[in-house]
Design a protein around this ligand. Structure first.
Ligand code: AMP
Ligand code: GLY
Length: 420
């Protein structure tokens, strides 16, 4: 079967690497891909925003199944356009992608179906938002309702700071995503990511992971798209996984079916594990980045078969096998990230790093320039490693990372610290 993979990040390189192990795969095409993906698949530069062009590409290249990596095209309804053209795809419909596309939509769903999450209000009006804030006793989090590339969340220390965040949001700090604002209770606890596949009615849990969102060691500095991840997350014990499935994932899948907008694809729950169990921070409707780079090296089953079963409604017959190993992924970013950074710096030593035992290198923002790679983004490389424990995986990942010769980039040195 010919597959088209949509996206260009480290997540997509990891997906491509796993898909290539499937006996069901004939040919892998990626749009637009990146320097690392180009080494293992055919990259074609077509924008996912141009739905007609993607449909044309599928017809021209005889694509049988499309896997949509990022949230943007899912929320914009690329899946619906493919379905209308009779092309099978992995991921939610536009209606079901609202679980990530609108934070207010998800909060309302939680309220209606009794899914544990923080108390909240949603507002299209500044005065009403501030009136709500004045009635809240504790700390709050202020969020732009729509997609804001991970930047639409402000965690103020005080209510005065929260008012500033509300003003900024309505003044357009997050563009159209901020025309509606969600104010929610600050949740205490330890964060974890949980992933499950659904075909609209059946659910198969994938695995757990923990991300590191801050740019600096010790979880300091500004938020980023994610500086590293590891899987499994020790806070997600068997009991906590069972509760997450029973209290959050299963009720959400049932609710979406009840509403007539069944959720197919991968449901990524961002959780806060507190004293009274798991609470939902947010849903994403796609694989995590960089969590996927730590998840897929542990997957022993055929990824493509599982994604096809999600699309076709046959997940009941799918059981996934996972390695007992842990895996850990360290992100290397261009100097200056998440602020302004320079593109084009040369990266050397990748072959030596990739030759280290248990290591996989997934490119996020690279470009091939003659015989070497150059940086072409903020997050540039993912150094992933497996090991018997998180500590062993961490040691292997950093041993490989130290072979990468790239003065233009940096990484955190403490990925996995909670588990080590
Ligand atoms: P989100 O984009 O919604 O995942 O938010 C980004 C980050 O903000 C999360 O990973 C959390 O670290 C933090 N965060 C979001 N909502 C809350 C909340 N209600 N309580 C505490 N931290 C939160
Ligand atoms: N690593 C968080 C995300 O993919 O949204």
């Amino acid at each position: 079967m010919n597959i088209l993979l949509i996206g260009s990040g480290g997540r997509e390189h990891a997906l491509a690497w796993a898909l290539l192990q499937s006996p069901l795969l004939t040919r892998l095409v990626c749009a637009p891909g990146n320097g690392g993906i180009a080494a293992i698949a055919e990259c074609i530069d077509v924008s996912a925003e141009d739905h007609a062009a993607i449909v044309d590409l599928c017809r021209r290249e005889n694509i049988g199944f499309v896997i949509i990596g990022p949230e943007g095209p899912l929320v914009a309804g690329l899946g619906d356009a493919l379905a209308a053209a009779g092309i099978e795809y992995f991921g939610p419909s536009k209606a079901a992608a609202q679980l990530e596309g609108s934070k207010g939509y998800t909060k309302d769903l939680c309220r209606e179906f009794d899914i544990p999450t923080g108390a909240y209000g949603r507002f299209t009006d500044k005065a009403a938002a501030k009136a709500y804030l004045s009635g809240v006793a504790g700390r709050v989090v202020v969020k732009a309702d729509g997609l804001a590339a991970g930047k639409g969340v402000v965690i103020p220390e005080t209510h005065a700071e929260a008012e500033v965040a509300i003003d900024a949001c309505f003044a357009g700090a997050f563009g159209a995503a901020g025309t509606e604002v969600v104010i929610e209770a600050f949740l205490d606890g330890e964060e974890a990511s949980f992933f499950a596949l659904s075909d609209g009615s059946h659910v198969v849990p994938l695995a757990t992971a923990q991300d590191h969102k801050r740019v600096g060691d010790g979880d300091t500095g500004p938020n980023t798209g994610g500086m590293g991840a590891y899987s499994p997350a020790p806070v997600m014990t068997r009991a906590m996984i069972d509760r997450t499935m029973a209290e959050i994932i299963r009720p959400t899948i049932d609710a979406m079916a009840t509403r007539g907008t069944p959720f197919k694809g991968v449901l990524f729950a961002g959780l806060m594990i507190g004293a009274d169990g798991p609470k939902l921070i947010e849903f994403n409707v796609r694989f995590g980045d960089p969590e996927t780079q730590a998840l897929l090296p542990r997957l022993k089953s055929d990824l493509l078969a599982a994604l096809l079963a999600s699309a076709r409604g046959t997940l009941a017959a799918v059981e996934l096998a996972w390695s007992d190993d842990a895996a850990l992924c360290v992100v290397m970013a261009a100097n200056g990230y998440p602020g302004t950074f320079v593109r084009g710096s040369e990266i050397r030593g990748l072959d030596a790093a990739a030759a280290c035992p248990g290591v996989q290198i997934f490119h996020a923002g690279t470009q091939k320039n003659g015989d070497h790679f150059v940086a072409n983004g903020g997050r540039v490389l993912n150094i992933a490693a497996r090991g018997a424990t998180v500590a062993a995986a961490q040691q292997r990942a950093y041993a490989a990372l130290d072979k990468v010769d790239w003065p233009g980039g940096f990484s955190r040195r403490d990925i996995g610290w909670r588990a080590v």
